[in-house]
Design a protein around this ligand. Structure first.
Ligand SMILES: Cc1ncc(COP(=O)(O)O)c(C=O)c1O
Length: 408
């Protein structure tokens, strides 16, 4: 008899993976994919990626990599040429010098964060994550057997944490603080003064700082305040995470990086060496172009389009009775507050008492996909990406206005 996998046995999955939640945005996209395949005209505000193509100059380098056989392994953590280009970017952005051994190139910003958690968070270590948070942070902490310490923030505070609250959540087990600005999911951004106050809190403890700067080029209002410019004295415990996914519309190429103290980066590269080794050699060569060419004009065009959509969508959301929405200064998300709709009977159903219910209702009744705030640790709100064409945004908002009409 040939050996067969034992399908009747209860599958044994590790405790840490069982404890992690699947990504809500990916789940929504999967559901929408099925609906579209069945011919349903869904409009999705779920996408976390620019709807613009990768700039041509970068694409050409991708072709060149294939044509010149740059199709073999590179060193773990990426090519020397790309390290140098990223070090030059770090110098331009922060004024600080980063050596080759202080940078690792990763499969998107996501892998950089994952490696940091695996290499730097011990079982039981606490990682402070302000909410609303990007869905993967707490799960990555859990996958490292760490403890996510979630700090809720409110609309009134523009969804930003203050040092007072951070101090109240600091314990001897505090290992890391995760900072993201501009933020996914809120689009909010910390000012220089706010970062200075956070730095003051950190000077009183020994926590590491992970600063996720994926959206640093997608800024509409005010000046972007960069963590290491504000707090260069904390560079010896700061891990910078950045990449090309959002700023240069390269989500599928999977290029990100981490830059930080040598000992931490080396530890991260050790994990990388035993898992993914490095991102695709072809993507790395394309990324080299992205980091060595001036793409300001392309980025400015994309940002101008996002700004126009942001202004339109914020106004349109605020016109819906029961909905309020801040005007976020960065990224490409709005994070409207839907609590004014709680307990109301809406045109095609209700009453509802959670954004998960409202999001489900919108998808079922008018084929509009938004992501419920509960997934980001922020019940009452929802995330809507405006990285889709203006015609779709307008149609989506028309459907929402209709379906969210309060009838009782
Ligand atoms: C705040 C934030 N950090 C990191 C990432 C990961 O980006 P990448 O696609 O480069 O892995 C994302 C993607 O959605 C993000 O929003």
């Amino acid at each position: 008899m040939s050996a067969q996998p034992n399908v009747s046995a209860k599958p044994r999955i590790t405790r840490r993976v069982m404890a992690a939640q699947p990504s809500a945005s990916m789940a929504l996209e999967a559901r929408i994919g099925e609906m579209r395949a069945a011919g349903e005209p869904v409009i999705s505000f779920g996408a976390g990626e620019p709807d613009f193509p990768t700039p041509d100059a970068i694409k050409l380098n991708g072709h060149e990599a294939i044509d010149t056989n740059l199709t073999k392994y590179t060193p773990a953590g990426g090519t020397v040429a790309l390290h140098k280009a990223i070090a030059a970017r770090m110098k331009a952005d922060t004024g600080l010098d980063y050596k080759n051994s202080q940078i690792t190139i990763t499969n998107g910003g996501k892998e950089a964060i994952y490696l940091a958690m695996q290499a730097l968070v011990e079982a039981g270590d606490e990682v402070i994550i302000p909410a609303p948070y990007w869905v993967s942070y707490p799960e990555m902490v859990r996958l490292a057997d760490g403890v996510p310490v979630i700090i809720p923030t409110t609309v009134k505070e523009n969804f930003k944490v203050t040092p007072e609250v951070l101090r109240a959540h600091t314990t001897p087990k505090t290992r890391m603080f995760v900072l993201v600005s501009p933020s996914n999911p809120t689009g909010e951004m910390y000012t220089k003064n706010e970062l200075e106050a956070i730095a003051e809190w950190l000077r009183g403890n020994d926590a590491l700082i992970l600063t996720d700067e994926l959206y640093d080029r997608i800024v509409y209002d005010g000046e972007y305040a960069r963590w290491l410019v504000v707090a260069p004295d904390l560079a010896d415990r700061t891990i910078v995470v950045n990449g090309l996914s959002k700023s240069v519309a390269m989500t599928g190429w999977r290029i990100g990086f981490a830059a930080g103290p040598e000992a931490y980066i080396k530890a991260m590269v050790k994990v990388q060496g035993h898992s993914t080794t490095h991102p695709s050699s072809i993507s790395q060569h394309a990324a080299l172009k992205a980091y060595t060419t001036n793409l300001d004009a392309e980025i400015a065009k994309m940002v101008a389009a996002f700004r126009e959509r942001r202004d339109w969508i914020v106004d349109a959301l605020c016109e819906i009775p029961g909905v309020t929405c801040l005007t976020p200064p960065g990224a490409f998300y709005v994070f409207p507050d839907l609590t004014g709709l709680y307990g109301k009977t809406l045109k095609y159903g209700g009453p509802f008492n959670s954004t998960a219910e409202i999001a489900g209702y919108l998808l079922d009744k008018v084929k509009v996909g938004i992501i419920h705030g509960e997934a980001f640790g922020a019940p009452g709100c929802a995330r809507m990406s405006y990285a889709l064409g203006m015609d779709k945004i307008q149609e989506g908002l028309k459907r929402m206005y209709d379906a969210l009409t309060i009838v009782a």
